[in-house]
Write a protein that binds this ligand. Sequence first.
Ligand SMILES: [Zn+2]
Length: 192
Amino acid sequence: MTPPRVDVVCIGSIARDGFNIVEAHSTCTLVRTKKHVMLVDTSDRAYRQRLLDGLAGIGVAPEEVDILVNTHSHSDHNSNNRLFTNATLYSHVLDPPPSPFQAMQGVNLEIDEKVRLVHTPGHSPGSISVFVDAEARTVIAGDAIPTQDNYLKDVPPAHHTDLAMAVESMHRIISWADRVVPGHGPMFVVKH
Ligand SMILES: [Zn+2]
């Protein structure tokens, strides 16, 4: 059986001035399985065209996306939801998407046998991550791991609602994953 395919279609970024975030655009990731075309996060308006170009670059039309995941409710992760008119949206009930979107409860849910939505709280109460048993074990972490720097320095997200949970979620992801797609920036490799 062919493993799921993971493509980062829009590389997000984050700019800080000390503790304050000046600018933030989320990374968006496409997971293709035998049955589904799933997009994880939709970034913000400024990155709309990048997202569309990234999908076009691998030959995927927005209408083909049948599952949309919002890792959490911050607007830099979900502001292009409306492009995906054929998708069923999943998020955590504690992190609902903006109106008028309605989401299915997406926790501890198997999209198929190799793709799981996992509750990884701490950055926000309802943060979820997507665990994909691809060729390499890949976790699309949202802001449970905002950047590669958080991993390298072993520091949890600077912005969090629960520090202990944020630390636990990060370690849970790192202990399983060979590769991580952070909330902002490109995919990186985990050294075990
Ligand atoms: Zn966030």
